[in-house]
Design a protein around this ligand. Structure first.
Ligand SMILES: *Cc1c(COP(=O)(O)O)cnc(C)c1O
Length: 447
């Protein structure tokens, strides 16, 4: 079978929460002012209670609301595909399967959480959501989700992407989202930055600060984050739950599960439902692939750090390169984040997830091979997972092993990156260790 497709009524009706199954658990998020564990009251100014409950939950299974399932049905269940043509081209005895999350209306896994977040906010009376977006994947997912629940959405889009990558801006606008270049004149933070530096290209950190300021200043408005947090990982578990079911139908169990890691949500979503198998002693490995130019797990440190430059977010215990780390402009925008989800970080700490770093040229090479064999042009982020699958398949091409990776998104909205690669304009870049050390030296000091 090339493609394993579930019926609509076979879609999982509960998300799986891996937190209670993580050996030694998670450390709590801290209030950036008091450095004490942060209470839900403080976060309730920008998040709805139901998402805060999920954030702290120790329940293994949480029901997916009917309204969310209905929206999921626009593209879910997503197919699991055996990459037979890629296997042939590589000349490997390994079986390579991929979960195709590129089939969502905005071309990535991100609506799995955006739809859930919009729903819970709506249910608690919130009329408007704000968020930040870099290249625009999360902004388009949230614009789609808010449109489904009749809510407003305001997206602070990093200036340089706003100017250079306008297509996702058009997607957000088509769904009714309001998009401004960040820093903007719409917030105090934005105005201050623009006064001192009118030509700034902007950054994710600045955009987060603007979106948070907007959400905390209006009672009808909340804020939504597209990765890193526990509730985002919870929503993404639908990816792994479906994939596990589909692997069973194919009569397979993976030896290795692979994903690309930006904030960690698509990887954790695929891996989490297999963690109990690992803990029961089944032979299975989890490989998380990050760019060598933004190596939070392989080059950073496990510590409490802030999620944004202005230090407005709670401090999270995670692998980090420091909140002042400025990632170079590599062509996988979704992987340019200084931190890693606390859940993924804890799985790395416990030796359950094995982190790996790869360079962008080998990833684009893998993506091009995938496009010419399997016919799908992958997102530059997903190329990291494909590269990982190829490395695994070619370690010993005669070993018949089973590999499962997540195709987190499509690349057709990112063609300028492919143009740069195909015309030889891309190069590899490993972040100098001294500069990582400099950014890490500015981590918040916790007693
Ligand atoms: C955002 C994004 C990523 C990285 O985010 P994670 O939270 O690490 O999953 C990866 N792939 C695609 C296609 C994305 O849009």
């Amino acid at each position: 079978m090339k493609k394993i497709v579930l019926r609509e009524d076979e879609m999982p009706t509960r998300w799986y929460n891996v937190v209670p199954d993580i050996p030694n658990g998670l450390l709590p998020p801290l209030d950036p002012e008091t450095l004490q564990p942060i209470g839900p009251e403080k976060l309730a100014t920008v998040f709805p209670m139901s998402l805060l409950e999920q954030e702290m939950s120790q329940e293994r299974f949480i029901d997916i609301p009917q309204e969310v399932l209905e929206v999921y049905k626009i593209w879910r269940p997503s197919p699991l595909v055996r990459a037979t043509k890629l296997e042939e081209a590589l000349g490997t005895k390994a079986k390579i399967f991929f979960k195709n999350e590129s089939v969502s209306p905005v071309g990535s896994h991100k609506p799995n959480s955006a739809v859930a977040q919009a729903y819970y906010n709506k249910r608690e009376g919130v009329k408007r959501l704000t968020t930040e977006t870099g290249a625009g994947q999360w902004g388009s997912a949230l614009s789609l989700a808010t449109s489904k629940f009749g809510m407003e959405c305001k997206v602070y889009m990093v200036r340089v992407s706003y100017d250079q990558k306008p297509y996702r801006k058009f997607i957000m606008q088509a769904y009714g989202g309001e998009v401004v270049a960040s820093p903007s004149m719409d917030t105090k933070t934005g105005r201050e930055i623009l006064t001192s530096d009118p030509d700034t290209p902007g950054s994710l950190g600045m955009a987060i600060s603007e979106a948070l300021e907007d959400a905390s200043s209006r009672s009808d408005t909340n804020y939504a984050l597209g990765s890193v947090l526990n509730h985002v990982v919870l929503h993404q578990s639908i990816v792994g739950l479906e994939a596990k079911r589909q692997m069973e139908i194919a009569g397979e169990f993976p030896d290795v599960v692979i994903g690309c890691c930006g904030g960690g949500s698509n990887f954790a979503g695929l891996v989490a439902p297999f963690v109990p198998d690992y803990l029961e002693g089944k032979k299975i490995e989890f490989h998380g692939y990050e760019p060598a130019s933004c190596p939070s797990m392989t080059g950073g440190k496990l510590a409490y750090d802030s999620g944004d430059v202005a230090m407005m977010t709670p401090l999270l215990y995670m692998y980090t390169l420091g909140h002042n780390f400025v990632p170079p402009g590599i062509h996988a925008g979704g992987l340019r984040y200084h931190g890693m989800a606390p859940i993924v970080s804890a799985l790395v700490r416990e030796g359950i997830v094995i982190p790996k770093a790869v360079h962008q040229l080998e990833c684009f090479e893998a993506g091009i091979l995938f496009a010419r064999t399997e016919g799908i042009i992958p997102a530059p982020e997903s190329n990291h997972a494909i590269r990982g699958a190829i490395i695994e398949a070619m370690k010993d091409p005669n070993e018949p092993k089973t590999i499962l990776f997540n195709l987190s998104g499509t690349g057709v909205i990112d063609m300028p990156s492919y143009d740069n690669y195909l015309t030889g304009k891309l190069s590899d870049y490993a972040y100098p260790q001294e500069q990582i050390e400099a950014a890490l030296a500015r981590l918040p000091k916790i007693g």
